[in-house]
Write a protein that binds this ligand. Structure first.
Ligand code: ADP
Ligand code: G6P
Length: 479
């Protein structure tokens, strides 16, 4: 396999590059920040580190030539139309995503989807090996690339390989449904170190290795022994975070503060502005949130324009049936609520199906009195951490589902079980009505947590664990 002219000591592999290639109607090419928490976090980590990022540029067809953006060397991996359908929309997002998120919608199994997954994972592994310098650190990301660790090890035994799971790792009872469960576990076991969002995710992985592969495990370590390969692989929790300093600085800009005021003014200076920010994904509990809000409207506990609800729903995976159905459902519900509860100039729900620049997001967070984070299952949920970061004024309140990774860190949130609509309504009302002084105390504590555990600390912890594994395994410590 030919090696690239340019080689790096740190190589990141993620399904997406940090930017998507977009071709306008006039044929002009531009690059746009890719969606999702993985890119938000890793873009900050890679800024200021010399390294290469191997990933897909977001459109089917030939890959663009490698290029440098923000000091990062980006190495695009091509995906054909069929591979987008079978590897990305199919196996990654219609088989693995539902299984890893508690089967909120049923998972679909097709053997030809897995064949495409294997083929694309091999292409990623080869691209990684081309740009990895001898003895490099290779950091593979997320569920789309679970076979890459073993494939890279086979091609390049000299490199050190880590993998981080941005989403939950399911309990063995759910994972066992996957017809390709062995291949996935063996793919991951090609790594030296595996990082997860929660202690429970790492434990689920270790248990799956024990029960489904019959491998010996001890604490957070799995022993792998095959003919010439006898190693220990460590799996532990390193919860991801955000660029606290950078985002807080954006929130403090006078222009952002001004924009937050304008947002509130354009909404009629409500007493309470409630905000939801999510990719339009069935894991996010958007429907549960709207149902709870609708009942509060019906009962007169909230009344527009005194209370205003803004839901930002980023378009996501729009060719996957479950996402199309979700959009139809959510937009139907929003329409129904607005039909029943809006008055001219005072809509009950403001629904925005767009992506926004970072500064506009910061202004929205700054404008919001209550942010509703109600996923049914979420690896971390960076929106929760971004919200508290954007509140140097210590204002605002966070309603947070106990089924997010963030719940295990942000103990001062208004905690909810989104399945319990009555409980969710009460929690929303508590978040609205708790006295300001108490809310400030809660916000201050959550801000301290994110400030102390920012994305750079996460990356350092991951890379240190990778550097010492498996020779000096450390035990998972709960922070
Ligand atoms: P996920 O990775 O599942 O999408 P997270 O909450 O962890 O969920 O991360 C979402 C990221 O996407 C956050 O950084 C958030 O600010 C960003 N984001 C969400 N909606 C929008 C939007 N409409 N415009 C721009 N960025 C958005
Ligand atoms: C989550 C996943 C990421 C993914 C992102 C956006 O954050 O963990 O791997 O990139 O969602 O989803 P998309 O399918 O658009 O890449």
């Amino acid at each position: 396999m030919p090696r690239s002219q340019q080689q790096f000591d740190l190589v990141i592999a993620a399904n997406r590059l940090p930017v998507d290639r977009v071709v306008g109607d006039d044929g002009e090419v531009s690059w746009r920040t890719s969606p999702g928490g993985l890119v938000t976090a890793m873009e900050s980590v890679m800024r200021g580190r010399e390294g290469a990022w191997v990933g897909w540029a977001g459109e089917a067809g030939d890959a663009p030539e490698p290029f440098v953006e923000n000091d990062m060397y980006l190495r695009p991996v091509p995906l054909s139309e069929d591979e987008v359908a079978h590897y990305y929309e199919g196996f990654s997002n219609d088989t693995l995503w539902p299984i890893y998120h508690d089967v909120i919608v049923p998972a679909t199994f097709h053997r030809y989807w897995f064949t495409a997954y294997e083929k694309v994972n091999r292409r990623f592994a080869e691209a990684v090996c081309q740009v990895a310098a001898p003895g490099a650190t290779v950091w593979v990301h997320d569920y789309q690339l679970q076979l890459v660790p073993a494939m890279v090890r086979e091609l390049r035994p000299d490199v050190r390989i880590g993998w981080f799971d941005h989403i939950p790792f399911p309990p063995v009872e759910l994972f066992a449904q996957l017809p390709w469960r062995r291949a996935v576990l063996e793919g991951l076991l090609g790594a030296d170190y595996l990082g997860f969002q929660r202690v429970a995710d790492a434990q689920n992985f270790v248990r799956a290795c024990r029960q489904l592969l019959g491998l010996p495990t001890k604490g957070d370590t799995v022993s792998v022994s095959r003919a010439a390969d006898s190693r220990r692989v460590r799996a532990s929790a390193v919860p991801i975070s955000i660029d606290y300093t950078g985002l807080e600085a954006v929130a403090k800009l006078p222009e952002t503060q001004q924009r937050a005021k304008e947002i509130r003014e354009s909404l009629g200076n409500p007493r309470t502005l409630l905000l939801g920010v999510d990719r339009l994904d069935y894991t996010k509990g958007i429907g549960h949130r709207i149902k709870a809000y609708g009942e509060l409207l019906e009962e007169g506990q909230v009344c527009p324009p005194e209370e205003v609800f803004v839901q930002v729903a980023t378009p996501s995976r729009e060719r996957v049936a479950a996402y199309r159905e979700l959009r139809h459902e959510i937009e139907g519900e929003v329409g129904r609520l607005n039909g029943e509860h809006s008055r001219i100039g005072a809509p009950a729900v403001h629904y925005l199906h767009h992506s926004y620049p970072r500064q506009e997001m910061a202004a929205l967070y700054l404008a919001a009195d209550v942010v509703l984070v109600t996923p049914l299952r979420d690896g971390m949920n960076l929106v929760a951490k971004e919200y508290v970061t954007c509140r140097p004024d210590e204002g605002g309140a966070l309603v947070l589902s106990e089924f997010t990774g963030a719940f295990h860190e942000l103990h001062q949130a208004f905690v909810c079980n989104p399945h319990d609509i009555e409980g969710l309504k009460q929690t929303i009302m508590r978040a609205i009505e708790t006295p300001e002084k108490e809310k400030r105390r809660l916000m201050r504590a959550m801000r301290r947590r994110v400030a102390d555990h920012d994305v750079q600390r996460w990356a350092s912890r991951f890379l240190e664990a990778l550097a010492v594994a498996p020779d000096r395994p450390q035990r998972t410590t709960k922070e």
